[in-house]
Design a protein around this ligand. Structure first.
Ligand SMILES: Nc1ncnc2c1ncn2[C@@H]1O[C@H](COP(=O)(O)OP(=O)(O)OP(=O)(O)O)[C@@H](O)[C@H]1O
Ligand SMILES: [Mg+2]
Length: 256
């Protein structure tokens, strides 16, 4: 059974059809990518999946359950985690604290607990620290746990964002352009991290413009052009698909 299933999804902004009649599925333990030219609708799809926008039509099913009308935080709690195209880290806090801030464990403790139930607070704190340590290990930042986040270079900031998404203990994690702005060495670390995440049985759906990375690590690719799916399949078939080549290189008429 698919872990995530999208059927007939549509979203317009004014007159612009950002996403139209989109259907695809993500199997458990897959690394799947959504690619397409700028403005194709990729980020909009992510926003529809995690509930930032309500869809005009269509459904999103997660683990067999229709989550289309659920709020973003409910979807996150059910296991849909994500990163954003633009970073938001707490630079003054340590790397570890950045991840701990994203974990939910212990949030149920109220002020009363903090005043009178220290063992429960200490236990929740320990649990959050463990979740953070595991997330940092998956992305290869365990040795930087105590460093201020503001000291990290671009590539490691990106890895930290991913660790923050893992801090919510997702079953699927949505990564929006994780390789944007990274150099080759940083992209290699990112590849390694994405594979490690999948090996921990966390399904990965990513939007990415770095075709080298997409072709190397993905099991399957969905190609969007002007909001519609024009191809779907394994990397080797996508690379040879005429409609995909046309969407990227421009139609003959566009070049005239
Ligand atoms: N909040 C919004 N309000 C109005 N229009 C929007 C909004 N978000 C996206 N759009 C429009 O929807 C279309 C798809 O945008 P989207 O950001 O999903 O593309 P994308 O594939 O992620 O592009 P990129 O590769 O540049 O990140 C574009 O025409 C964009 O201008
Ligand atoms: Mg985008």
């Amino acid at each position: 059974m698919a872990l995530l299933k999208v059927s007939g999804l549509a979203k317009s902004f004014g007159g612009v059809k950002a996403v139209s009649d989109l259907s695809f599925a993500v199997a458990p333990n897959q690394i799947k990518a959504i690619i397409g030219p700028n403005g194709a609708g990729k980020t909009t799809v992510f926003n529809l999946l995690c509930g930032v926008f309500a869809a005009d039509a269509g459904t999103v099913e997660f683990a067999g359950r229709n989550i289309s009308s659920l709020a973003p935080y409910v979807r996150a709690r059910l296991g849909v985690g994500r990163t954003f195209q633009n970073t938001l880290l707490f630079d003054e806090m340590s790397v570890e604290e950045n991840v701990m801030a994203a974990t939910e464990a212990g949030l149920r403790l109220n002020a009363f607990a903090y005043l009178f139930r220290w063992p429960a607070v200490a236990r929740a704190e320990r649990q959050r620290r463990e979740i953070a340590a595991e997330a940092l290990k998956l992305v290869g930042l365990q040795d930087k746990a105590r460093d201020p986040a503001g000291n990290l270079p671009a590539g490691e900031r990106r890895l930290l964002e991913i660790a923050r998404a893992l801090g919510t203990r997702p079953e699927i994690v949505l990564l929006d352009e994780p390789a944007a702005g990274l150099n080759n060495a940083e992209t290699d670390r990112l590849k390694h991290a994405i594979r490690a995440i999948r090996d921990r049985s966390i399904t990965v759906l990513l939007v990415e413009h770095d075709m080298g990375l997409v072709m190397e690590i993905c099991d399957e690719i969905v190609v969007l052009d002007q909001g519609a799916k024009i191809a779907e399949g394994p990397p080797l078939l996508i690379q040879e698909d005429d409609r995909v080549i046309e969407a990227y290189l421009g139609r003959p008429a566009d070049n005239a």
